[in-house]
Design a protein around this ligand. Structure first.
Ligand code: PMP
Ligand code: GLN
Length: 386
């Protein structure tokens, strides 16, 4: 009756946990969305854009003003080794990074192609790859440091490798790829003539003295990379669902063919507001990592005081914590259910980010919340585990 790939999927863990959190009045540190960080000037701009119009279909590649703003943002922050700068023609606007990922994967994968990707991984990758007929080759990053197992990565490449999916900074583990790791991957891609879909939605959310590096910025890589960004993450407005793909024409053209049949286009008022924001709200997104680093540290310290084994996280909205000191032997899913029901706090079991045989001792907390929410969550956890 139905396609077997999607029929076999459950409802996403994020939806499931958010609905449970609502039902129990829990503080939601599960699904990754920020609270209290929405930039008011951008919201006003959206209201003005909605009043002014237009309201009909924009061009499928995106409004010219937004394509130009995304190209300028890309050039200002993430250069290319060949000195070439991203140009508006290299940009396609999508309805969120989720649609961008689907457009890239449907466009680049031929049935039977192998796709290299890294566990733990964001939940939309595998169903789309499988629906496209791709064969996943999973390379596992191991906690607590999530460092790159180079031998396993080299072994995952073969004659049928066509695509790599790279997520840095990574969800859920907050891994920020180092230049030598990217270079190692780049060498394998060149040797096997592979392309990469680079999910960089957390590009501005890197902490401490670490820096974000895009794979496309490495020598020879620009032509092999489709880089994905999301205004939802740049401006803490995840419900807006405005994303983009930046790629050279040979790569972008087939991706645009997939996009034209997925969503075709994105609401024009949202596009106009995001274009304005990329140009006029730089201070906002350049300051966001500083704000979120303080939230990360607040939640980490509080969880550590309660006995969680908090793992280091260099980027994204998320930290992971080892629950073994507190779980009494149960797995991460049982623990998350208990957290909601007994403590009134929602988190996400990290096992949800694996295809099979996952580790079951880690849970993910989102720290992109208000100080008051973080403190309330810690106080509630303290009543159960204190
Ligand atoms: N990639 C990653 C790694 C994410 O965490 C998310 C989630 N929010 C997305 C893509 C999807 O982004 P968007 O909301 O723009 O579709
Ligand atoms: N990216 C968000 C997270 O990891 C969730 C997005 C979604 O719910 N689809 O929590």
């Amino acid at each position: 009756m139905a396609n077997s790939v999607f029929a076999a999927c459950g409802t996403t863990i994020f939806e499931t946990m958010s609905r449970l959190a609502q039902a129990h009045g829990a503080v939601n540190l599960g699904q990754g969305f920020p609270e209290g960080l929405e930039p008011p000037a951008l919201i006003e701009r959206l209201a003005a854009a909605a009043a002014e119009g237009p309201h009909q279909y924009p061009s499928m590649m995106g409004l010219p003003e937004l394509r130009a703003a995304i190209a300028a943002h890309e050039a200002a922050h993430w250069g290319r080794a060949n000195g070439a700068e991203a140009v508006p023609e290299a940009v396609m606007v999508t309805s969120g990074a989720t649609e961008a990922l689907a457009a890239c994967l449907f466009a680049l994968i031929e049935p039977g192609d192998e796709v290299v990707l890294f566990e733990p991984l964001y939940d939309s990758y595998l169903p789309i790859i499988r629906r496209a007929g791709g064969v996943p080759r999973l390379v596992r990053l191991e906690p607590p440091h999530w460092s790159l197992p180079r031998q396993a990565l080299a072994a995952a490449f073969g004659p049928r490798t066509r695509v790599v999916v790279l997520n840095s900074p990574g969800n859920p583990c907050g891994k920020v790829w180092e230049e030598d790791e990217l270079s190692f991957l780049a060498g394998l891609m060149e040797a096997h003539d592979a392309v990469a879909v680079c999910d960089e939605v957390y590009e501005h959310l890197v902490y401490g003295d670490r820096r974000h590096l895009g794979l496309a910025g490495l020598p020879g890589m620009a032509a092999r990379c489709a880089k994905i960004g999301s205004a939802g993450k740049v401006f803490s407005l995840t419900g807006w669902k405005v994303g983009w793909v930046v790629a050279e024409p040979a790569l972008l053209t087939p991706i645009a063919k997939a996009h034209q049949y997925l969503t075709f286009t994105t609401a024009p008022a949202l596009q106009r507001a995001v274009a304005w924001g990329l140009e006029h709200q730089r201070d906002y997104y350049q300051g966001l990592a500083g704000v979120l680093q303080a939230r990360r540290d607040r939640l980490s310290a509080g969880l550590a005081r309660l006995g969680f084994g908090v793992l280091e996280t260099a980027g994204s909205y998320f930290l992971s914590a080892d629950i073994r000191p507190l779980s009494g032997g149960g797995d991460d899913r049982a623990f998350c259910t208990r957290l909601i029901e007994e403590a009134g706090v929602a988190a996400i079991p990290v096992s949800a980010f694996y295809d099979s045989a996952p580790p079951t001792h880690l849970v993910r907390f989102c720290f992109a919340k208000t100080d008051a929410m973080i403190d309330e969550a810690l106080a509630r956890l303290g009543r159960v585990f204190g």
